[in-house]
Each structure stands twice: as structure tokens, then as C-alpha cells.
Design a binder for this molecule. Structure first.
Ligand code: AMP
Ligand code: ZN
Length: 117
């Protein structure tokens, strides 16, 4: 995907604050952090979302990176929230599968905010 911004980050064509990389995934800090720690994990290969027939080895590589990233960011013990926004109703804004890791502060108890909708 030539124009996909996360593909560009994965290829090193767009700058990002890299946190972790291996042959399958790249993790980098979110450009608009919503918590003191807000890092994204993406597969190097383009998949639009969880619904894009993602092979199990790719899913497993993405989720296996989550605790590694949490450890690097220093939130393994304090805890963190893991979020995947998938598709329109979830307000996914970047069409390249990504996992949000949020931490460094206490989160609200509820998992969703419907903003009155
Ligand atoms: P989502 O709404 O789940 O699709 O999340 C997309 C996330 O990507 C948002 O939290 C954005 O702040 C973040 N984002 C967009 N562009 C970039 C970028 N170039 N580098 C890092 N994070 C980005
Ligand atoms: Zn992509």
C-alpha cells in the first residue's frame, strides 16, 4: 500500500518515534497521545483491520509484541489498556491494523465512551 501512512512508517519513509521492531511488527509512539504512554503496534504487512483475513501468525506477532512494548515503556507493573479500533463504528481512522497500548495513568472504569450517541 504505497500511500498508507503506517506502511510508510514501517518502510521508514515517514518519521516516527520507534519503540520496538522485529521482522513482523513495528511499534511507535502515537502522534497524538491520549495517555503518558500511547504506543501503536502494527504488522509490517498491510491489513486494513482485524476483519481483513489477517493470518494467525501475523495476529500472534502483533499481540506478542504488546508485553514487550509495555516493558520498554515501563508500564508492565502499573498496567495498561490494549485497544483495537476496528472499522467505522469503532472510529478506526487509519486503515492499517494497529493495536493501541495506553498507560502511565489510571484509566476510566468503562471501556467505551459513546459521547451521547
Ligand atoms: P485509530 O483511530 O484507532 O485508527 O487510531 C489511529 C491513531 O493513529 C490515532 O491515535 C492517531 O493519533 C495515530 N496516528 C496517525 N498518524 C500517525 C503518525 N504519522 N504517527 C503516529 N501516530 C499516528
Ligand atoms: Zn498499510
Amino acid at each position: 500500500m504505497e500511500k498508507c501512512i503506517f506502511c510508510m512508517v514501517a518502510r521508514g519513509e515517514m518519521s516516527a518515534k520507534m519503540v520496538f521492531e522485529n521482522e513482523h511488527v513495528v511499534a511507535f509512539d502515537d502522534i497524538a497521545p491520549q495517555a503518558p504512554v500511547h504506543t501503536l503496534v502494527i504488522p509490517r504487512t498491510h491489513y486494513a483491520s482485524m476483519s481483513d483475513s489477517v493470518p494467525v501468525d501475523v495476529l500472534s506477532a502483533v499481540f506478542a509484541a504488546v508485553p514487550e512494548v509495555a516493558a520498554i515503556k515501563g508500564v508492565s507493573d502499573s498496567g495498561y489498556r490494549v485497544i483495537v479500533n476496528n472499522g467505522v463504528d469503532a472510529n478506526q481512522t487509519v486503515g492499517h491494523l494497529h493495536v493501541h497500548i495506553l498507560g502511565g495513568r489510571e484509566m476510566s472504569h468503562g471501556m467505551v465512551n459513546f459521547e451521547g450517541k
